[in-house]
Design a protein around this ligand. Structure first.
Ligand code: ADP
Ligand code: MG
Ligand code: ZN
Length: 622
């Protein structure tokens, strides 16, 4: 394609041209229309009547028409001129003379001045241009932007993918900014190497991968990893989010994809990062009822672009998702995102490393123990851990300190994990009492268990998330596998809150609802997923629909089996409840002592709890 012509066409389609033309046309029309000239046609007899009444000022004969100017030409709603056809009337001239009407004839049909001609020519061209422009617009939005390059809406610049381009100096992220995730990093190091020395791979005849898919829960550092790849390779980084492709303007998704790859090929070697690719890469259901042609066109364009580009040119497409199961199979076919890199939630060691990475950028008081935070946050994502450190820093600033203390960290941990402390929530002393016994119920049963998971902290200060109190247990070491005993222990601890209420106050409250929910979920999974129930046996009656997001379960059970499952769940939970109740009864003295202490102080640490229990044991033994 002729580059100059291409450039010219693009210029013609630019939105600025459109606006300038519009303004010109408006200016011209106002300039050339004589303001307020109104003409009305009347009959010859009406003209004669006007003449008789002396209402005519002047008459001009133009061709075979009379142009009549009324007297005074008042603005009282009267037209500026009247016209009428001439009739051969030999008396007219006398009549007009008698009435003192000025009359004249003008040359037939006034010729247009050169300026007039010029102006109407220009207007015509402009009109034509506007029509062309509008046609382009309509065509492109109807076809979903399938027509050429920057056409149609592209002219507005709408279809320009708003891929943020980080230039080489600005992409400062490196692998050492990403803590843990060693396996993910290992796969990505190779991609960095390919971007840096593609020749090394092609000379051996190795097929260069075109893309990699980062898969994992939100906040685990997928975006961070992609940026680190760009930073390490020192190449531009095109960031684009999948939802932005389909949400912004109807009909532009495909054009945006095309534009993105075009821009990228000009900047190669570079990285295209598509965040939330599931927004465009969802399975095409082929029913025709999906009602989302837009998304399918965008996906098709993406597939086409991925097939089309030459990996030796140095474009690497990284994408991230937390819902890999809904992706269209076509995306995962060889030559596209054939590489899949899991990015999991950090384990204990990973959490500590993430905290350290973020602590480097903050001022910490000497002796601050990050391991304590890591201990208390099993299941937290990197983003949540970064947030804890940030909250701690904010707390320090609020207190006019210049470094983060352990207390800041502990508070921030609770804040992020369980919602912020909200002291204004009014709780009656009686309610507070019940809450204290409820929490100690959890803690005491936990401590008395074989292989007990240590209790780190108990609090009865309400949280904004609605919890009235909570007991924080630390996983000493995390295990991938949970035994039946672990799970039964969890169940017992969860129902122990309610058991304590029942034992001490012979009542039950709504405060146990969250415990009950969690206990029910554990009991259900033991039976329907883990094969831990003799009645049901080794059958998967539930399957996890969405392992990376909320791990929602789908039931495969027949109605009869479902009834049986519920029966077995009830048995499991009741057994846990009875066992918890027994423990509490046997340790009623301890329960009282700890609960009273908690009522007084509102918080108990694990250590305080231990020394209180030792005291009680001593006095009981004496
Ligand atoms: P994702 O893309 O997986 O949702 P992000 O990469 O956006 O997660 O992570 C959000 C933030 O959390 C990052 O900017 C970083 O501050 C922090 N973070 C997450 N994972 C890590 C990690 N492994 N190391 C250091 N920081 C992390
Ligand atoms: Mg992200
Ligand atoms: Zn509870």
């Amino acid at each position: 394609m002729n580059a100059a012509k291409d450039k010219f066409m693009r210029f013609l389609r630019s939105p600025w041209i459109f606006l300038v033309v519009l303004a010109l046309i408006l200016a011209l029309t106002t300039l050339f229309s004589s303001p307020g000239a109104r003409v009305e046609e009347i009959s010859y007899s009406e003209f004669l009547d006007m003449l008789d009444a002396g209402k005519v000022e002047s008459v001009q004969v133009v061709d075979n028409q009379l142009k009549i100017k009324p007297v005074g030409n008042p603005d009282g709603g009267l037209p500026t001129y009247y016209t009428t056809m001439t009739v051969s009337d030999e008396y007219l001239i006398d009549q007009m003379r008698a009435a003192g009407v000025e009359f004249s004839a003008s040359e037939p049909s006034q010729p247009l001045s050169i300026l007039d001609l010029l102006m109407s020519g220009v207007s015509l061209i402009m009109m034509g241009f506007m029509v062309y422009w509008i046609v382009m617009l309509v065509r492109s939005s109807r076809k979903g932007g399938k027509d050429g390059g920057g056409g149609g809406l592209g002219g507005f610049g709408f279809a320009k993918s708003n891929a943020k381009q980080y230039d080489v100096q600005k992409c400062e992220t490196r692998f050492h900014d990403v803590a843990g995730q060693d396996e993910a990093k290992e796969s990505l190091i190779e991609i960095v190497d390919i971007l840096k020395n593609p020749g090394r791979y092609t000379s051996v005849g190795a097929e260069i991968p075109k893309g990699a898919l980062l898969v994992g829960p939100p906040g685990t550092g997928k975006t961070l990893l992609a940026k680190a790849v760009a930073g390490e390779a020192g190449v531009p980084f095109f960031f684009v989010s999948g939802s932005a492709f389909v949400e912004m303007f109807v009909g532009t998704g495909a054009a945006r994809v095309r534009d993105l790859f075009k821009q990228a090929s000009q900047k190669a070697p570079c990285i295209i990062f598509i965040d939330e690719i599931d927004a465009i890469g969802k399975k095409r259901d082929g029913t025709g009822f999906s009602g989302n042609d837009e998304r399918e066109q965008t996906l098709n364009q993406l597939l086409a672009e991925m097939d089309g580009f030459d990996p030796e040119k140095g474009i690497m497409v990284l994408a991230a998702t937390n819902r890999p199961e809904i992706l269209d199979k076509a995306l995962l076919r060889p030559g596209r995102f054939d590489r899949r890199i899991p990015v999991e939630l950090p384990d204990m060691k990973g959490r500590q490393e993430i905290l350290q990475v973020h602590a480097r950028k903050k001022k910490m008081s000497p002796g601050v123990d990050l391991k304590r935070v890591a201990d208390a946050t099993p299941g937290a994502s990197g983003a949540e851990l970064a947030n804890i450190l940030n909250e701690a820093a904010l707390a320090a600033v609020r207190d006019h300190r210049d470094a983060i203390t352990q207390a800041d960290l502990d508070k921030a941990t609770e804040f992020v994990i369980a919602g912020s402390e909200k002291k204004s929530m009014v709780i009656s002393p009686e309610e507070k009492r019940i809450i204290a016994y409820h929490e100690i119920g959890h803690a005491l049963v936990a401590i008395k268990q074989k292989n007990a998971v240590p209790v780190r902290k108990i609090t009865i200060i309400p949280r904004t998330n609605g919890a009235l109190g909570f007991t924080m247990q630390a996983e000493e070491e995390e295990h991938v596998l949970q035994t039946r005993e672990d799970l039964t222990n969890r169940l017992e601890v969860l129902v122990a809150g309610r058991a304590a209420e029942e034992l001490m106050f012979a009542t039950c409250t709504s405060g146990a609802s969250n415990d009950i929910e969690r206990a029910t979920a554990i009991a259900r999974q033991m039976i329907t997923r883990f094969g831990m129930n003799d009645e049901i046996g080794l059958m998967a009656l539930d399957t996890v629909v969405n392992p990376y997001l909320d791990a929602e379960l789908r039931s495969n059970a027949s109605p009869e089996a479902a009834a049986k499952v519920e029966h077995e769940m009830k048995k499991l939970i009741n057994a846990a409840y009875d066992s918890a109740m027994r423990t509490l009864r046997e340790n009623a003295g301890m329960l009282n002592k700890l609960a009273e202490y908690l009522l007084l102080h509102e918080n108990i640490t694990g250590d305080e709890m231990k020394s209180l229990m030792d005291e009680e044991q001593l006095s009981a033994g004496a």
